[in-house]
Write a protein that binds this ligand. Sequence first.
Ligand code: SF4
Ligand code: SF4
Length: 270
Amino acid sequence: MQYGSLRDKFKGWPVAGKALKISLRELYKSASQLKKNPHQNKNRIDDKTLKEFEAYAYRLGISKIGYTKVNPDFIFKGFEILYPNAMVLGMEMDKDKMKTNPSDASTKEIWRAYSNLGIAVNKLAAWIRARGYNCHPSPAIGGDVMITAVAQDAHLGYVGKNGLLITEEFGPSLRLAAVFLDIENLPLKQDGDNPHRWIRDFCDVCNKCVETCPGKAIYKETKILEDGYPQFIDREQCAPHFSKNCSQCISSCPFIHGRYQNIKTAFIQE
Ligand code: SF4
Ligand code: SF4
């Protein structure tokens, strides 16, 4: 079972501490409260209610919101999502803490974001259900979809060679989660006209994460799998380092310094 296997996987990860317990508790809660969906066939939302919903998300610590129809190819094998549209939520991780990695401070910051996102998706689920809508909250750990790909479709940023979503405001220093909804009139985006697409071309001249990754886990030439989708990281090569607090792929990326527009201007003029 999803909850049990995650609990076993992270058992004994002392730095995560209380945040790990909260993340697992919220993961369990998001699944156990699906039965609270009102099933009223309410699938349109007015602008005022959507704005209030988003304002509540920002009060819960969410830094960035986007919407997309979930590409079924991005749902993990053996998982399902109950509703087709995603409200994608990004929570910033403190860049100064992330720059200290590998360190307890950066690992604690990652787990703070995981646990706070778990709390946020469940509070958002309760808020929207109370207004008659169905939803399926999907926390940052134990999620149901390839969340970086879904966030890219929602135009929150673009997935870089490090396999992380790179955003204009926060670079790769962001954790992601989603709330799946059957509301039909959300401002949905799709990948086609993503304004951050240039990032992938920039990655080909940058390669900083490839060079600094201690596990040599980031492919210089991103692998394209049989299904046509990219694979950025060799997970087996990464795992021993990740379990020792490595997140060099975040701290080495030039976008962590918040110079998105400068990098874009310089790159496009070259
Ligand atoms: S966590 Fe460390 S080992 Fe894994 S991909 Fe990132 S930099 Fe490489
Ligand atoms: S470090 Fe460079 S190559 Fe790696 S993801 Fe960031 S921009 Fe792309």
